[in-house]
Design a binder for this molecule. Structure first.
Ligand SMILES: Nc1ncnc2c1ncn2[C@@H]1O[C@H](COP(=O)(O)OP(=O)(O)O)[C@@H](O)[C@H]1O
Ligand SMILES: [Mg+2]
Length: 258
């Protein structure tokens, strides 16, 4: 059995305060099986991004333990095991799409460099941007820029992909299309995905499991395993009565929490 993708125990997370640290998430107990597509729902400010920062080793926990694929977050980070996609992806404006994708890995050796170029081209193809690979970020639409950010996150073949409201700024049609593309990508890999969103519909459409967080302190108030409803291919119809019922329970958990 592979180690869980995420395993936390008594995890407290927060930021330094003027006198003492400010706790954002308290006593988090969460185990996520490797390969899972996990959606994380929660009202704004409840600590979703903060939690991803701890997983990514950008923030140290205040107390408790966290293991990422059986290792410390810093070991996973230095092994390039994690890829990120954020809402406003930070692409370098003066670099072409292709250069942005291959950016995370800079190598001097020419043979290796050619391999990475090939891989970057494959990824651009995968996200449907081959024809636009020489464009600069400002010559791409919002949806195309997010696809580029996904390609870049996949370059290191991460075993864990952290996505923080990656499609939040996009129109609904583009968002639906990217959701489908993301699911297709995920099905072809064994990557675990932690996907933060405000949208119940998006959380349910993508996730095999959906957790709902509440604030003050940040904690899990609902945890839905959707696999029995969605089957092994993780597909569902938003009209399926069981899915509609699950969405209603999430909505009331979110409502009660805010
Ligand atoms: N760098 C920071 N320093 C201090 N407090 C922060 C910092 N980033 C976020 N916070 C606070 O932590 C809480 C959770 O924020 P965040 O994780 O961004 O929420 P979410 O992503 O769920 O909207 C908020 O109260 C926010 O003000
Ligand atoms: Mg956030």
């Amino acid at each position: 059995m592979a180690a869980p993708a995420i395993e936390t125990s008594g995890l407290d997370v927060g930021y330094p305060g003027r006198r003492s640290p400010v706790t954002v998430i308290s006593g988090l107990e969460l185990t996520v099986e490797a390969g899972t597509f996990l959606s994380i729902l929660g009202s704004s400010g409840c600590g979703k991004s903060t939690f991803l920062r701890v997983v990514a080793d950008l923030l140290a926990p205040l107390a408790g333990t966290i293991r990422v694929m059986g290792e410390t977050p810093s070991a996973v980070r230095s092994g390039r095991g994690v890829g990120f996609v954020f809402q406003d992806s930070t692409l370098l404006p003066w670099r072409t799409a292709r250069e942005n994708v291959r950016l995370p890995i800079q190598v001097g050796r020419r043979s290796l460099s050619r391999m990475i170029d090939d891989r970057a081209d494959e990824l651009l193809e995968l996200v449907g941007l081959s024809a636009l690979s020489e464009r600069l970020p400002h010559q791409l639409s919002g949806g195309q820029r997010q696809r580029l950010a996904i390609a870049r996150a996949l370059l290191g073949e991460p075993r864990l992909l952290l996505m923080d409201e990656p499609f939040g700024a996009l129109d609904e049609i583009t968002r639906d299309r990217l959701n489908d593309e993301l699911l297709n990508l995920w099905r072809r890999t064994e990557t675990t995905v932690l996907f933060v969103t405000h949208s119940i519909a998006e959380a349910v459409y993508l996730g095999q499991r959906v957790i709902v967080l509440a604030a003050h302190p940040g904690r899990i108030v609902a945890d839905h395993d959707l696999r029995p409803l969605k089957g092994p291919d993780n597909r569902c119809s938003r009209e399926d009565p069981a899915i509609v019922a699950a969405m209603a329970r999430m909505r009331s958990a979110l409502g009660a929490a805010s």
